[in-house]
Design a protein around this ligand. Structure first.
Ligand code: ZN
Ligand code: ZN
Length: 254
């Protein structure tokens, strides 16, 4: 499903008070919550989402003295994504020195009132994540505000979800569908060829690795395999055995 974007015009945003700082690319996204009370009534009334986002913008501009709302995007319980500072603009919400590393995405939950994120908020956060990957040169990381900064944000429920690899709701219970291990290790040299190689290459590409899906496991595939193994903390022998195969589908992140 494509992102359901609420443009700044749609939510009647105030104009920023100054020029944004250009943001060429990021490592990914940091997830936030409001840190205050969110009225559970927003779940059945999108107009309340709009009012809440407007009040957050005013607080950031008039209270914090920022040029605009601090977030890049805001995810609401109607699976809509509000455009905050938007693509390629430095956010302010991640903390000093941390804004250039990640886009900042707020889920409209708080520490009282609406605490547990409804599935639609999780979907909307992931819609925003996909959008910044596709159009904003964002990398694969999905982290919480508290990663690298002293804060409770994004609260226990959202942070727990981030730590589980930020799965789409509904995919949690069954887990990802890992194809069965082909029964032979994928190795080089010599080049291993086959549909199983193609399946693994396509999955690694899906995870964000730069790799041709040509069905031939050669030096480039082995190199990606080794780097992936090091990232995952398993022996970097460059061989896709049962463990490395499974991790390609089941390990969180890229
Ligand atoms: Zn935060
Ligand atoms: Zn809404």
């Amino acid at each position: 499903m494509a992102i359901d974007l609420v443009t700044r015009r749609d939510w009647n945003a105030r104009a920023p008070r100054g020029d944004y700082t250009q943001l060429d690319s990021t490592k990914g996204v940091k997830v936030h919550y409001t840190g205050g009370r969110v009225d559970p009534a927003i779940v059945s009334d999108h107009d309340r989402c709009v009012a809440l986002v407007r009040s957050i913008q005013s607080y950031h501009m008039d209270g914090n003295g920022w040029i605009d709302i601090g977030y890049s995007f805001v995810a609401c319980p109607h699976r809509k994504v509000f455009e905050g500072r938007g693509l390629h603009h430095l956010p302010a919400a991640n903390g000093p020195g941390l804004n250039s590393g990640h886009y900042a995405v707020l889920g409209l939950v708080g520490n009282t009132g609406l605490i547990e994120p409804p599935d639609a908020i999780l979907h909307a956060i992931l819609d925003a994540v996909q959008y910044v990957r596709d159009s904003g040169d964002a990398g694969r990381e999905i982290k919480g505000h508290r990663d690298g900064y002293a804060t409770d944000c994004p609260g226990a429920p959202l942070y727990g979800w981030v730590r589980r690899g930020a799965p789409r709701p509904g995919e949690d219970a069954e887990g990802p569908t890992t194809p069965p291990f082909p029964g032979r290790p994928l190795t080089y040299p010599p080049v291993t060829r086959g549909q199983d190689v193609r399946t693994w290459q396509a999955q690694m590409r899906e995870r964000g690795w730069d790799l041709d899906v040509d069905g031939a496991y050669g030096p480039a595939s082995r190199d990606v395999c080794r780097r992936f193994q090091r990232q995952q903390g398993v022996t970097d022998d460059g061989i896709v055995g049962p463990v490395t195969w499974r991790l390609a589908w089941e390990a969180p992140g890229g």
